[in-house]
Write a protein of this length. Structure first.
Length: 184
């Protein structure tokens, strides 16, 4: 299923997802370069909420730019297989080798604000990440490796400590929603 069909087929979990799905679809219709960072206003990113087999821990990275614990993810960079992008990002950012999607469907979607920041010596203006998130399971015994150009740490965080692990108020809401969805 292509990206557009996958997003259109997604059933929103709550009002936030309903409104964000509408905005993501509008951006896809408006911008031809939505899959690349060439679109400096908004672009597609693919994220993964990675849990262990017991569903009591979440694999998170300490993000250098945001200076907080975060789920894994990255830019689509022209790729429309967003599940493949999410898996690639988990492996690159954490070092885990044994990872599998719990479902091939989108688990969550959000429009996330990105504040202006400096990356690799260049200023990046504030913009939006149109985040497509997948639920995955990884082996918590795999060796974890820090990707130093993006993260300063990587670890399994108990699921009941994930919300307090971030200092971004908008992400506390996202993680609370993701955890609620897992519990259902």
């Amino acid at each position: 299923m292509n990206m557009m069909d996958l997003i259109k087929a997604y059933k929103p979990f709550n009002e936030q997802e309903k409104k964000d799905k509408e905005m993501i679809l509008k951006c896809i219709d408006t911008f031809k370069d939505i899959l690349t960072r060439e679109n400096e206003i908004a672009h597609i990113t693919s994220s993964a909420f990675v849990i262990n087999k017991n569903k009591d821990k979440v694999l998170m990275v300490h993000h250098n730019i945001y200076n907080t614990w975060s789920f894994t993810g990255g830019h689509a960079d022209g790729e429309d297989d967003l599940l493949a992008v999410a898996i690639k990002e988990v492996k690159e950012e954490t070092g885990v080798k044994h990872i599998r999607p719990i479902t091939l469907d989108i688990f969550s979607l959000e429009v996330l604000p990105v504040l202006g920041h400096t990356k690799k010596g260049k200023y990046v203006s504030a913009h939006l990440h149109l985040s497509i998130c997948f639920l995955m399971e990884a082996n918590e015994n795999d060796e974890l490796i820090v990707k130093k150009d993006e993260n300063s740490d990587v670890k399994w965080i108990p699921i009941n400590q994930v919300i307090e692990s971030t200092n971004e108020p908008h992400m506390k809401k996202v993680y609370r929603k993701l955890i609620d969805k897992i519990k259902k």
